[in-house]
Design a protein. Structure first.
Length: 429
C-alpha cells in the first residue's frame, strides 16, 4: 500500500485512559507492547504503511469474503466490532501514551521495516468505507455527518515498539504467525526475508520490471514461483545428478522448497544465483518458444492435412480472431495458439544443454549457442518428437509433462544435435 506520508512519521490517536495498557516484554530488552481499544473514526485508515505485511493490499476486492464480513460486522454490530475483528498489529520504532492529553503516539521510522504487519485488510476496508461516506476528507466531517456505526465502533490496536532492527527475524516470524486467517503464501515470507533481492535487481533492470508478483495479492501478472520454476529447468544440479527437472512442472510449492534449501551439501539456492547472467534470456525464451512453436509444428507436419492443424490438438486453445489473440504475461507478445505447459516445460528444459558452464569455479555461465536461433534451426525436430510422444500418451499434455521419457528424450535430442554440429565442424576443418 502506498501512502502520501513521509517517513519517519509520528501518528497520534486519541484513546481513553481506560482503554490502553503497556506491557514490557519479558525476554526482549527495550521492546514494549501496547494494547489499545480505539475508536474506528479516529484510526488513520490508509495512512499506515503495510509493506512489511506479506500480502499486498494495493487492490482490495470489496465483494470477496473477508472484506464483506468486515463491512457487515461494523454496519450490523458496531458495538461488538472490536471483539469480532482481530484488529491491527503495528510495528513501531517508538510508542507512548500521554496521560494528560489522552493521546497515543507511535513513530513509524520507515515503511520497509515498520508499519502494519497484520490487519491491513481491515485497515483498507475501513478506509474504503470512510471514503464512501463523503468525497471530502472523513476526518474533516462534522459530527452529524458521520454515520452512527463509525461513532460506536472500536477496534483493537496492538503496537510492538522498540528498536526492532536488532530483532530482524522477529518481523518475519510475526508476519507468518499473525497472518493465518487465510494462510500466507510462503513466497511472500521469502520476499520479506530478502531472498529474492538478487532476482529483483536483475528483473527490475529488464523488460520484466513491474511484471513479477513477489507478494500475495500484489497486482502484477506473473507469480515469482513461475519465474523460479522456469529457472529450475536450467539449474546446474540436474546435470550433476543426471535427472530431469520434472518437478518444475508438477509442483510450484516443491520448487520453492528447492529454492529455499541453503544447505551446503544438498542446497539449491547457490545454483539459482549462478543463473544470474541468463535469467532474462530464460524468461524471454519461454515466450519465444510459445510464439514460434506453430511455425516449427508446421515445418514438422507440413502445411496440409489434419495433423498439420495445431489448433485442433487436445490441450491447445486456438483463438481464431487474430485481434483477440492471447497476450503472454511475461513478454506481452500475442499468440493465437495457447499451448499447455505440459509441452512447453520439457521442451524448454532441453535447452539447458546449450548452457556453457565454466569448467572451474571461476567465470560465469553463458550460452554455447543462442537458444532462439537453435530453435529456429531444429525446432521442428524437437516439436515432432514431443507431439509423437504426446500421441503415444493418449493426446494428454498433462501426462506428457509428467513423462520421464519425454524429458529425457528431448534432452538427449538436443545433446545429439549439438554433437552432430561439432562433428560437422571437425570434418570441415
Amino acid at each position: 500500500m502506498s501512502t502520501d506520508v513521509k517517513f519517519p512519521h509520528e501518528y497520534r490517536i486519541p484513546v481513553s485512559q481506560d482503554y490502553i495498557r503497556s506491557i514490557k516484554d519479558p525476554h526482549l530488552p527495550g521492546i514494549t507492547t501496547l494494547h489499545a481499544i480505539v475508536k474506528v473514526r479516529d484510526l488513520p485508515n490508509g495512512k499506515i504503511p503495510d509493506k512489511i505485511n506479506p500480502r499486498s493490499h494495493e487492490v482490495i476486492k470489496m465483494n470477496s469474503r473477508v472484506p464483506e464480513a468486515i463491512e457487515s460486522s461494523i454496519e450490523e454490530s458496531p458495538e461488538f466490532f472490536h471483539l469480532l475483528n482481530r484488529g491491527c498489529l503495528i510495528l513501531a520504532k517508538k510508542a507512548w501514551y500521554d496521560n494528560q492529553n489522552k493521546i497515543l503516539y507511535f513513530i513509524v521510522e520507515s515503511e520497509n521495516d515498520y508499519g502494519m504487519v497484520d490487519g491491513a485488510t481491515t485497515d483498507r476496508v475501513l478506509a474504503k468505507l470512510k471514503k464512501d461516506v463523503s468525497s471530502a476528507d472523513f476526518y474533516s466531517l462534522k459530527e452529524d455527518e458521520i454515520p452512527e456505526h463509525f461513532k460506536e465502533a472500536y477496534v483493537h490496536l496492538e503496537i510492538i515498539a522498540g528498536d526492532l532492527d536488532q530483532y530482524d527475524e522477529l518481523r518475519i516470524k510475526l508476519a507468518g504467525a499473525r497472518n493465518t486467517s487465510e494462510q500466507v503464501k510462503e513466497f511472500s515470507l521469502e520476499d520479506l526475508k530478502g531472498n529474492f533481492d538478487w532476482l529483483k535487481d536483475i528483473l527490475n533492470k529488464s523488460k520484466f520490471k513491474n511484471k513479477i508478483r513477489y507478494r500475495e495479492n500484489e497486482p502484477k501478472p506473473v507469480d515469482i514461483r513461475v519465474v523460479l520454476a522456469l529457472l529450475t529447468l536450467f539449474h546446474p544440479k540436474w546435470l550433476k545428478i543426471n535427472k530431469d527437472p520434472i518437478v518444475a512442472y508438477t509442483g510450484k510449492g516443491a520448487v520453492l522448497d528447492l529454492y529455499t534449501n541453503t544447505d551446503k551439501e544438498t542446497g539449491w539456492q547457490e545454483g539459482y544465483e549462478k543463473l544470474a547472467p541468463v535469467v532474462v534470456d530464460i524468461l524471454e525464451l519461454y515466450d519465444n518458444v510459445h510464439i514460434e512453436f506453430q511455425k516449427a509444428y508446421k515445418t514438422a507436419y507440413g502445411a496440409n492435412g489434419v495433423r498439420s492443424q495445431l489448433g485442433r490438438r487436445k490441450g491447445v486453445t486456438f483463438i481464431e480472431n487474430k485481434a483477440k489473440a492471447r497476450e503472454l504475461r511475461l513478454s506481452g507478445k500475442r499468440t493465437q495458439y495457447v499451448l499447455p505447459d505440459g509441452w512447453l516445460y520439457p521442451l524448454l528444459a532441453s535447452f539447458r544443454m546449450l548452457l556453457d558452464w565454466p569448467k572451474t569455479g571461476r567465470g560465469a555461465v553463458k550460452w554455447a549457442q543462442e537458444p532462439s536461433e537453435f530453435f529456429s534451426r531444429y525446432g521442428h525436430e524437437l516439436v515432432y518428437f514431443l507431439i509423437e510422444r504426446d500421441e503415444e500418451l493418449g493426446r494428454n499434455p498433462n501426462a506428457t509433462g509428467k513423462s520421464k521419457g519425454v524429458w529425457l528424450g528431448l534432452r538427449d535430442k538436443v545433446d545429439n544435435l549439438l554433437l552432430k554440429e561439432r562433428l560437422s565442424q571437425l570434418e570441415n576443418e
